[in-house]
Design a binder for this molecule. Structure first.
Ligand code: GAL
Length: 819
């Protein structure tokens, strides 16, 4: 009797907080109610646990209901059955931070992630298992996938983190966009996706599973859409709601590439259009992109910054106006939750891509007026009123009468970020460096590694991806009378090394990397071989392993050959194939093995004759942490390529010597028309990435900090400096009858640099007066209202600013305030 009472009591307690997450054809339901859900991706290892609370709080303030993340298998299981959930990898802590903020979680276990993450999140040891093929009905693969997925589910269950247990997680994902690459896997691909669905279901998580971009997702898997626009998406089952798992807020960056930007107007347009057409779940990919620390960048050639032009920038600052304009959209959509999820939907087409959608319930109606035309504004007549809907925009009227929001009319400030020098006390204007060479004697002169094979191997096979670096070495002997000896020959290497440095008899003969999106190239250099023994040492370097495509796991990396020595002996072309020579391999570099990057490393460093432009060189310096709380970056201008550590923390690969091409940056970026990754680029002719994030938690606020650089290609460290990044000025450019808030993000507004009410022209930083302007002193009015305050709210009205005659055109206030 007692035990039965105990049991009943236990059942009651354990289920009392359970949330029932389900769905119907219209929406995800939570405890029986259909919901409008706005979610954003934040990948926990791309920031630090110290940053998570702030990022998640800002997400909530930005109007999100949920945070989405992948789970990164190769980070958690770097060696088979050895797990790491520490620090940035503390998935449970991340999920609990989401829970503490009162948000929902979306857990994309995959365990394939893609995500521009190294090898798409797969461990390289998995690839090196016998008979392995990824993402198909391969027993070894399925066993490992099931093992990892089950382990993650069990960990999360143990902490009661699924909504069914009272936790925040409302959705889980298995696989990722398999439908996009499925063709080449044939029948096995179809069987695999069924197996994925069954396996996921068997884990009994108590919340729905999603499969993105999977038109044949078996029931009850929810198939969802990813892309820049998903308004045309139709789920594969009438009982599946229209869900958008990846609304790309910008794009990622590759070494050699430019800075991608997706305009605020266009992101807002895509979301509003999706909800106009019956969507009820939208997740921004990324809401905070963050940083690819250490060797986590995928690729090849994905940069260390994964900023993504997301609403929260790489460092966690608000990316305005994107953050604020979307926040307003979220507020409007949430206010219409009931009509959007329960209302009857009717649409009126006006032609020329203009349409009105009415959601009607007994309590009232909500409307969307959409204009998909890229060029012309539309005038929509509705219930006796007439509404102008600008080209490529959507107007939302929660009561079908009053315009509450238009995607193209931004009333949020634009923030211009600046970098400030390190003002910590005792900070010299230039840092004082010590250095040491990378010890390469055994390789360059002896050609001696750890193992020998008469074959050229893919780099992954040899290194298990424990390092970016792999030496391929061989010796070639020429007798005095050999036709090769003493002649001008050339060494020709067919290479898929992401970067290759070649040495002959200790001398660096050249370096090369793939360009223009091609991953293989031929390295060819003239070489004079001596008679006797010659050592050829090729250092192959990976810059992130491929993360996308059918069978991407077998895309080659490293030097797979063939390798030839060629030359001429009189009329005769002579060729020596070295591919099946005896090759000696050595994974990693000595300096990494002896952990020169650790603050407590005892190795000797020299302060004498610090060299510039020397390849394979270690540099070290100390610095004081910048004061305050603003995010810290290190400017690595002047350096070539390598890796940087702050107090032993790997802040990622750097490559400021890789300059993006001069062409392709539009002078003016037009938000109208479909976005693609080549539109609205900036940073032409500049280093692809010059500044590198140093999270505050990596720094000692008091005392010294250490920066260590391993420079591979040769560079000049004397320009290196620590800086902080913060809002430099804020701008607004808004029409009359709006209220605009200017905010310097907890700093004071110090001056009004520009202000004009009329028809001013230009953009933030380059505003100019137009042809009509109020005679009131706009600068004075704003100075009085804003200067000396952290924020000020301005009512843009003729009462305040006067009524200049702009030939009937609507009047605007443009203002730039200095922070
Ligand atoms: C998607 C993928 C994401 C990410 C994105 C581009 O195809 O699912 O993981 O790679 O593309 O950023």
């Amino acid at each position: 009797m007692v035990s039965l009472r105990f049991l009943l009591c236990f059942l009651f307690v354990s289920n009392v907080y359970a949330t029932i997450v389900s769905h119907d054809g219209r929406a995800i339901t939570i405890d029986g109610h259909r919901r409008v859900l706005l979610s954003g991706s934040i990948h926990y290892p791309r920031s630090t646990p110290e940053m998570w609370p702030d990022l998640i709080k800002k997400s909530k303030e930005g109007g999100l209901d949920a945070i989405e993340t992948y789970v990164f298998w190769n980070a958690h299981e770097p060696t088979r059955r050895q797990y790491d959930f520490s620090g940035k990898l503390d998935l449970i802590r991340f999920l609990k931070t989401i829970q503490d903020e009162g948000l929902y979680g979306v857990l994309r276990i995959g365990p394939y992630a893609c995500a521009e993450w190294n090898y798409g999140g797969f461990p390289v040891w998995l690839h090196n298992m016998p008979g392995m093929v990824f993402r198909t009905t391969n027993k070894a693969f399925m066993d490992e996938m099931q093992n990892f997925t089950t382990m993650i589910v069990d960990m999360v269950k143990k902490e009661n983190l699924f909504a069914s247990q009272g936790g925040p997680i409302i959705l889980a994902q298995i696989e990722n966009e398999y439908g996009n690459v499925m063709g080449p896997y044939g029948e096995s691909g179809k069987a695999y996706i069924k197996w994925c669905a069954n396996m996921a279901q068997s884990l009994d998580v108590g919340v729905p599973w999603i499969m993105c971009q999977q038109n044949d997702a078996p029931q009850p898997m929810l198939n969802t859409c990813n892309g820049f626009y998903c308004d045309n998406f139709v789920p594969n089952n009438p009982n599946t709601p229209k869900m958008w798992t990846e609304n790309w807020t910008g794009w990622f960056k590759q070494w050699g590439g430019k800075n991608p930007h997706r305009t605020t107007e266009d992101v807002a347009f895509s979301v509003a259009r999706f909800f106009q057409r019956g969507g009820t779940f939208n997740n921004y990919y990324m809401y905070h992109g963050g940083t690819n620390f250490d060797r986590t960048a995928g690729g090849p050639y994905i940069t260390t910054s994964y900023d993504y032009d997301a609403p929260l920038d790489e460092y966690g600052n608000l990316n305005q106006p994107k953050y604020g304009h979307l926040k307003q959209l979220h507020d409007v959509l949430h206010s219409m939750e009931r009509t959007l999820t329960y209302g009857n939907i009717s649409t009126i087409e006006f032609g020329n891509s203009a349409s009105a959608t009415i959601y009607k319930t007994e309590e009232g109606s909500s409307c969307f007026f959409g204009n998909g035309n890229e060029k012309s504004d539309a005038t929509i007549s509705f219930q006796g009123e007439s509404y102008v809907v600008p080209a490529w925009s959507v107007t939302i009227l929660p009561d079908c009468k009053n315009e509450a929001y238009n995607t193209a009319k931004i009333t949020t400030q634009t923030s211009m970020m600046v970098k400030k020098p390190n003002e910590a006390e005792d900070t010299p204007s230039t840092l004082k460096w010590s250095w040491r060479p990378e010890n390469m004697d055994n390789f360059l002169l002896k050609g001696k590694g750890e193992s020998t094979q008469t074959q050229l191997f893919d780099q992954k096979v040899v290194t298990n991806d424990q390092s970016d670096y792999l030496w391929y070495m061989t010796t070639v002997k020429f007798k005095k009378r050999d036709p090769f000896s003493g002649k001008n020959m050339s060494l020709r290497v067919n290479s898929t090394a992401h970067v290759l440095h070649a040495f002959v008899n200790g001398k660096h003969i050249g370096s090369q990397h793939a360009e223009n999106g091609k991953f293989n190239y031929v390295f060819e250099k003239d070489v004079k071989f001596k008679s006797g023994r010659n050592v050829i040492a090729l250092l192959s370097i990976t810059v992130g392993l491929a993360n996308y495509g059918a069978f991407f796991e077998s895309k080659p990396a490293g030097i797979t050959g063939p390798i030839f020595i060629t030359g001429r002996n009189g009329d005769e072309t002579i060729v020596k194939d070295l591919s099946a020579h005896k090759w000696s391999y050595k994974t990693g570099l000595i300096g990494f093995e002896s952990q020169l990057f650790r603050t407590e490393s005892m190795s000797k460093w020299s302060v004498e004759s610090v060299p510039f432009n020397r390849t394979m060189t270690w540099y070290k310096t100390t610095f004081k942490s910048p004061l305050g709380n603003d995010p810290v970056v290190v400017d690595l201008m002047g350096l070539g390529k390598g890796t940087a550590w702050v107090n032993g923390n790997n802040i990622g690969r750097y490559w400021p010597a890789f300059i993006s091409s001069e062409n392709g940056c539009d002078a003016k970026c037009n938000y109208r028309g479909a976005y693609h990754a080549e539109k609205c680029l900036t940073n032409c002719g500049e280093p692809t990435q010059r500044w590198y994030h140093v999270p505050r938690s990596f720094l000692n606020a008091e005392g010294d900090n250490t920066l260590v650089l391993f420079e591979e290609m040769g560079g000049n460290p004397s320009l290196v400096s620590f800086q902080t990044t913060r809002v430099g000025s804020v701008c607004a450019n808004v029409y009359e009858k709006n209220i605009i808030e200017l905010s310097c993000d907890r700093k004071q507004i110090s001056a009004i640099k520009f202000a004009s009410f009329g028809n001013p022209d230009g953009d933030c930083g380059s505003f100019v007066k137009g042809t009509c302007e109020s005679s009131n002193n706009t600068v004075d009015i704003l100075t009085q209202e804003c200067v000396g305050k952290e924020k000020c709210s301005i009512d843009v009205s003729k009462e305040k600013f006067g009524a200049p005659d702009c030939s009937g055109a609507a009047r605007r206030l443009a203002v730039e305030a200095i922070c």
